[in-house]
Every structure is written in structure tokens, then in C-alpha cells.
Design a protein around this ligand. Structure first.
Ligand SMILES: Cc1cc2nc3c(=O)[nH]c(=O)nc-3n(C[C@H](O)[C@H](O)[C@H](O)COP(=O)(O)OP(=O)(O)OC[C@H]3O[C@@H](n4cnc5c(N)ncnc54)[C@H](O)[C@@H]3O)c2cc1C
Length: 342
């Protein structure tokens, strides 16, 4: 049995108290915990060994969802609750987020896991997500305690993979987040929150709390999330595609965003707007957009399946997502993928 290292637990009752607690502690030593579904296993594997955990679950403001001009989602809202809250918007622009949240882990983990924790999720790698003894046996890796990236030994950059389901979806929907510390708050578009570096993967300072996620109104947008994973019931993504399209009154595309997940250390926006805008979503346009979207995908050999197949699947998944948005019945294609994975 893997045991947790010793730590101190602090449970602030307000955001103000939480940022003061974090400001008073040394940044490397204090770590925020929300649902703990990722952090606690990481601590058991000694990937993180913080002296103090600062819990967010007692802070009511972070568990609220507001709908004014768009949606404001508290970072400590659980994924299960978020899925239920998005149900009335089914068929509209927020679908990709509901679909992504509903495919994170298992029902139990979604009952504990939060949207803020999902956005701040550590990057993953076959050489890192192992217990301490396993990692010690290979002399550790670049991400922690070692000097070599075992995925690509000549790489000076850690290639661990961004495996959050909600980040690509929220990026495709044009979301931003509020980050707050003892000195104030700042709004960061989600597209600027992540860095393509498996160690330094998020532009959040250690003493900053991700407090809220803001989504614009998405009138006339539709969106979809497609996730490739080995087990259909639960697994981290080895590729994901979030697609969002705004349709004009004549049915042609006015705006479009496609974001790829799990193909790099951060979600990657694929430039498809110029290809799709001003045209209906025809087979030809979709094929061109899917081809272009696959270009920036650089999967590495550090997660499930072969990288060649995962790269090939980018084109297929972008095609599926865009076809879903134009209203095609995708049940046969979903069945075909599930059979391929058996
Ligand atoms: C078996 C298993 C399967 C899983 N499958 C998936 C999957 O398919 N897809 C997926 O995306 N995830 C998956 N996860 C990971 C995890 O369950 C989810 O990502 C979950 O949403 C994390 O949220 P949490 O509240 O539990 O985060 P925590 O574990 O509490 O925190 C995760 C990280 O975020 C930081 N953090 C949390 N909240 C904040 C905040 N408000 N501000 C700043 N930093 C914060 C923490 O310091 C920590 O570094 C899986 C986990 C397990 C154990």
C-alpha cells in the first residue's frame, strides 16, 4: 500500500483568507488542494510532497455558478455538478464543455474532482506516473529529480502531456480564468494560460488561486468534444478534439475554433477559421480543415497507443467533431471507433 507523506492541512473559509495563507507560506511548500483526486495519488507516488495543503472546499464563493451575460463558474464546482448545471444548455454552444466534463475519470471521481483542479492538472508521462521505486530505478526523469527525458533523451524540455479534458473544450469556447493572490486578481484568456513545457506547463504563480472560469454568451455557436482513450468507460485522453463553430443566419460558418488535447504539453489551437469561415460545412471544407488541424499535432511516445496512430487519428477526430456540428448522425462512427479499440 502506498502511504501519504506527512503534511499539514489548512482549510480557509474565504478566498481572502486563502490568498493570505498562501502568501504567508513559502511557495514551494504550500500546495492548493480542491477535490484531491489527482494531487493525492501524486503525493502517494512522491511526485509532490508539500508541507502544507490549502483546501478550497470550505469556500462557498468558489462553489457557485452564475449566469448573467455568459457563465461564471467557481473553480471548486465539482465536475458532476457542472454537468448537471449545463444540461439546460444542451444543443447550444456549451456542449463541448459538458461532454468533456462527463468523460473525465469515473462518476466517483467526478463527484470529488473540480473544474479548477481539472484546469490545473499536472502533465502526465509513462516515465513519470509511476511509484517512487520505479522512477528511482531509472534514475528518475527530467520532470522530477532526474536529468534525462526518457521519451526523447536529447530533449532539453520535458515532454509530459497535457491530459486535462476540460482545457481544450474551454479554450475552444473562448473562456478566460481569474487568478487571484494577496495583491489582487488578473484575468487570463485560457489560450494564454498554458505553456508547451511539461514542467512549467501553466502560467499560474504558485501562490495564485484559480478562482473563476468565465464563458462568453455563445448564441448561434455549436460545439462538440471527441476523446480518444483505450477504455471507453474511463481513461485519460490520448487525443482529444474540441470544436466550436458559430453559424450565420444562412447556415454558413461565421467563426470556428478547433483545439487539440493530449498531443503536446499544452492544448494546441489549430488554425481552421480561415478555411471554414464564409462557407457551409461541406465535406470538402471539413476535409481541408481536418488536414490543416492535424499539422501542429506532435504526439510523443509517452502515453498509450503508438504515436503514429494517434497522429493519424487527429484528422479523423476533427472530421467527426465538425460533422457532428453540422448535424450528421455520428452513432455509427462512434461504434466503429469503439470496435477498433477492442
Ligand atoms: C483513475 C483516475 C482517472 C482520471 N481520469 C481523468 C480523465 O479522464 N480526464 C481528466 O481530465 N482527468 C482525469 N483524472 C484526474 C482528476 O480526477 C481530474 O482532473 C479532476 O478534475 C482534478 O480535480 P481535483 O479537484 O480533484 O484536483 P486536485 O487533485 O485537488 O488538484 C489538481 C491540481 O490542481 C491544483 N489546483 C486545484 N484547484 C486549484 C485552484 N482552484 N487554483 C489553483 N490550483 C488548483 C492542485 O494544486 C493540483 O496541482 C483522473 C484521475 C484518476 C485518479
Amino acid at each position: 500500500m502506498m502511504r501519504l507523506p506527512r503534511f499539514r492541512f489548512v482549510s480557509p473559509q474565504s478566498v481572502g483568507e486563502a490568498v493570505d495563507v498562501l502568501a504567508a507560506l513559502s511557495p514551494g511548500d504550500a500546495v492548493i488542494v480542491a477535490g484531491g483526486t489527482d494531487l493525492v495519488p501524486n503525493m502517494k507516488r512522491r511526485q509532490q510532497t508539500p508541507g502544507t495543503l490549502v483546501g478550497l472546499r470550505a469556500i462557498d464563493a468558489l462553489r457557485a455558478i452564475g449566469n448573467g451575460d455568459g457563465l461564471t463558474i467557481g473553480a471548486a464546482v465539482t465536475l458532476s455538478r457542472l454537468i448537471r448545471a449545463l444540461e439546460p444548455y444542451r444543443g447550444g454552444g456549451y456542449d463541448a464543455l459538458r461532454q468533456a466534463a462527463a468523460q473525465v475519470a469515473t462518476p466517483h471521481l467526478r463527484n470529488m474532482g473540480t473544474i479548477g483542479g481539472n484546469l490545473c492538472l499536472d502533465t502526465r508521462c509513462n516515465y513519470y506516473d509511476q511509484n517512487y521505486e520505479w522512477r528511482k530505478a531509472i534514475d528518475f526523469c527530467l520532470k522530477k529529480d532526474g536529468e534525462t527525458c526518457w521519451v526523447a533523451p536529447s530533449s532539453r524540455r520535458c515532454l509530459a502531456v497535457s491530459s486535462t479534458d476540460s482545457a481544450p473544450a474551454l479554450m475552444a469556447l473562448g473562456a478566460s480564468v481569474e487568478l487571484r493572490d494577496a495583491n489582487g486578481s488578473r484575468d487570463v484568456p485560457l489560450s494564454a494560460l498554458y505553456r508547451n513545457d511539461g514542467i512549467d506547463y501553466i502560467a499560474r504563480r504558485p501562490n495564485e488561486i484559480l478562482t473563476f472560469i468565465r464563458l462568453p454568451r455563445l448564441d448561434r455557436w455549436r460545439s462538440a468534444y471527441w476523446k480518444l482513450r483505450r477504455r471507453g468507460y474511463f481513461d485519460f485522453p490520448v487525443l482529444s478534439v474540441a470544436a466550436a463553430v458559430k453559424f450565420g443566419h444562412d447556415g454558413s460558418v461565421e467563426n470556428a475554433r478547433v483545439v487539440l488535447g493530449a498531443v503536446a504539453s499544452c492544448p494546441i489551437e489549430a488554425g481552421v477559421r480561415e478555411i471554414l469561415a464564409g462557407h457551409p460545412l461541406s465535406h470538402e471544407r471539413i476535409a481541408e480543415a481536418a488536414h490543416a488541424a492535424a499539422q501542429p499535432a506532435r504526439p510523443m511516445d509517452n502515453t498509450d497507443f503508438t504515436l503514429v496512430w494517434r497522429k493519424r487519428m487527429v484528422k479523423s477526430f476533427v472530421t467527426y467533431a465538425l460533422r457532428e456540428l453540422r448535424g450528421d448522425d455520428m452513432r455509427a462512427d462512434r461504434y466503429k471507433i469503439a470496435r477498433q479499440l477492442l
